[in-house]
Design a binder for this molecule. Structure first.
Ligand SMILES: Nc1ncnc2c1ncn2[C@@H]1O[C@H](COP(=O)(O)OP(=O)(O)OP(=O)(O)O)[C@@H](O)[C@H]1O
Length: 586
């Protein structure tokens, strides 16, 4: 718990240490102020007015100092909370930005958003709202125990033994609900994810589940959340009762001990000074017992908040524990852009099956490679390994003879530009989305890449031209328009290696031709690795690679493969058949 808190705080950790020291001093002073009641009462009961006044002054001074210190502790706690909110989210963000891209599936994204918004907020509130009262409530009984020892050793011993006992019950009660608490948070994250999915997928749901079944997944999520929240409430009640019973049992034991001691003194007060002292001691002990039990009950009251926060911290720790892609300590610099895949194998972390197996491939600078293969054969995965979105699990990929794992993230990023299968546009203008590839691009440069990627036609049609806002994820544009803008963005980056995943799939024939011409122009200038089913693009490639179940089945030029009688020749025969069939239809 402490480790995660310090990790979240990073360089702000000294603020937390300062806060804890102040809170401990405050707790000690509160306890000492309370036990100043002991001499005060003693002098009052024996009628020693001058000493009573002295101790009354001590008590009032203690109360005043504690009040001032409490204000400062609260302020320090708020500062720690702010540091967690600001710095902690930032540090989590930094860590997340280094995680393998494959980690970001919808489940993990929902979990992440839950942790960043609710989790970090709950943790930030801990110092001011939970730790301060808990620290002082935990310190006070310790000091009272010491005082009780000097007055009535039996009661002191019982109080002393009760502290570890109380601690053990507290931990058991906290563990009782811990698993359910975690389940509850997981279900809450799942429900949030389902709600987002439900609103985003309205068209699909209405098209396929017109009879009211469209809420099925959502209802399932609500149901699981309801069940876990019921279990959580039940276990919370049980743990509160358990803790409260324990405190009451300690209180009862101390009271019985006091009564037994009192029994020995009854009836002898007026005559025997010793017994009179004993009676005064017992009265004072009873007061201390009361002050001993009160803070323990306060701590019990915070048990739920502590357990909840502990789980939130565990969620944060789980995210910190995910290994980022390792960065080399002394990065090496790739002298040229030759790519070499040497016995590459890869399995996604949640699935031990290798989806890429023993891939050996050499890609020379300025060449064009077409990756083809059935759906699921591993084409996109292979591209993601070249960009180092994930690390290979077998073999190596080198650039200019340097293993990608030895290159800095920045250097690799400078070398590669990419067009994704599902383009994502940011909620901004077309120009801003293209400029992501080169933030300082001039208007003329934007016009040029717009021409090369067929975006000029889109800009010409829209009233605000290049400044038209594209909506969330590009929602105001068609799939083909989004695709063309993402191509413009990739071209704008001007990196020597360009990876293109099904860039023309969503385009009409006219725009497909524009993009194919652009690829033709880029040949020899940039290394192109293209996933495509477009024959005109495939034919253009210097090297065609056919993947099947993660392995390279064939590789060579169009001329070589078309006469080899293999898969590529079969693919060409199929295309010709379809073409003839289409012509026949016409
Ligand atoms: N994030 C992931 N986690 C686990 N398995 C995955 C993940 N992404 C892809 N796969 C699996 O890896 C295999 C290869 O997928 P990949 O997307 O690379 O194929 P592809 O050839 O690009 O397919 P398509 O042409 O349909 O895009 C598939 O069996 C797929 O189910």
């Amino acid at each position: 718990m402490l480790k995660t808190l310090l990790q979240l705080l990073g360089e702000d950790a000294p603020k937390f240490r300062r806060y804890v020291s102040m809170a401990v001093i405050y707790g000690l002073l509160s306890g000492l102020t309370i036990i100043s009641l002991v001499p005060l009462l003693r002098y009052l009961l024996v009628g020693d007015i001058s000493n009573t006044v002295i101790w009354l002054v001590v008590l009032l001074t203690g109360v005043l100092v504690c009040w001032r210190l409490r204000l400062r502790v609260e302020k320090a706690g708020i500062e720690v909370g702010i540091a967690i909110l600001q710095g902690g989210r930032h540090r989590l963000g930094n860590h997340i930005s280094q995680l393998p891209v494959g980690w970001f599936n919808s489940n993990n994204t929902a979990r992440l958003s839950h942790v960043i918004f609710q989790g970090v907020m709950a943790i930030a509130q801990l110092p001011a709202h939970v730790f301060t009262p808990v620290f002082s409530s935990a310190m006070t009984p310790l000091i009272i125990v010491l005082s009780l020892f000097t007055i009535n050793w039996k009661m002191g011993l019982i109080a002393l033994l009760s502290i570890p006992l109380m601690g053990a019950v507290f931990i058991i009660a906290a563990r009782l609900g811990q698993r359910v608490d975690q389940e509850f948070h997981r279900n809450t994250a799942e429900t949030s994810q389902r709600i987002i999915e439900f609103s985003q997928a309205q068209s699909v749901l209405r098209a396929f589940n017109g009879e009211g079944k469209s809420t099925h997944f959502l209802e399932q999520a609500f149901d699981s959340q309801k069940k876990s929240s019921k279990r959580l409430i039940l276990l919370s009640v049980i743990s509160v009762i358990l803790n409260a019973w324990m405190v009451q049992a300690i209180f009862a034991t101390l009271m019985i001990t006091a009564l037994l001691s009192l029994n020995n003194s009854i009836g002898v007060i007026p005559t025997d000074t010793n017994n009179s002292d004993t009676l005064i001691s017992i009265i004072i002990s009873l007061l201390l017992v009361n002050r001993f039990v009160e803070p323990l009950l306060d701590v019990v009251g915070y048990a739920e908040a502590i357990r909840g926060a502990r789980n939130q911290l565990k969620e944060v720790q789980d995210i910190f524990d995910i290994e980022p892609l390792p960065e080399p300590e002394n990065p090496k610099f790739a002298q040229d852009n030759t790519l070499s895949l040497n016995g590459v194998g890869f399995a996604y972390p949640d699935n031990k099956r290798h989806v890429i197996r023993d891939v050996n491939l050499s890609i020379t600078p300025g060449s064009m490679t077409a990756l083809i293969g059935r759906s699921g054969s591993g084409k996109s995965t292979l591209l993601s390994l070249i960009t180092r979105f994930s690390d290979v699990t077998e073999g190596s990929i080198t650039m200019g003879g340097v293993d990608l794992r030895q290159m800095s993230h920045e250097q690799l990023n400078e070398k590669i530009s990419q067009v994704f299968q599902t383009p994502y546009l940011f909620q901004s203008s077309i120009a801003d989305n293209i400029r992501i590839g080169k933030p300082d691009a001039s208007d003329a440069e934007i016009r040029e890449v717009a021409r090369l990627s067929g975006v000029t036609e889109i800009i010409g049609r829209l009233p605000q031209g290049v400044d038209t806002l594209v909506g969330e994820g590009g929602a105001r544009l068609s799939g083909g328009e989004r695709q063309r803008i993402s191509i413009a963005r990739a071209l704008m980056k001007d990196a020597p290696i360009l990876l293109i995943d099904e860039a023309t799939a969503a385009l009409d024939t006219e725009n497909q031709a524009v993009i194919t011409q652009t690829f033709a122009r880029l040949r020899g200038k940039r290394t192109l690795i293209v996933i495509t089913h477009q024959l005109s693009t495939i034919e253009m490639a210097d090297q065609i690679v056919i993947l099947e179940r993660g392995c390279i089945k064939e590789k060579g030029s169009h001329d070589q493969l078309s006469i080899s009688g293999g898969l590529y020749a079969h693919f060409l025969a199929q295309r010709n058949k379809v073409k003839r069939w289409k012509l026949g239809k016409l």
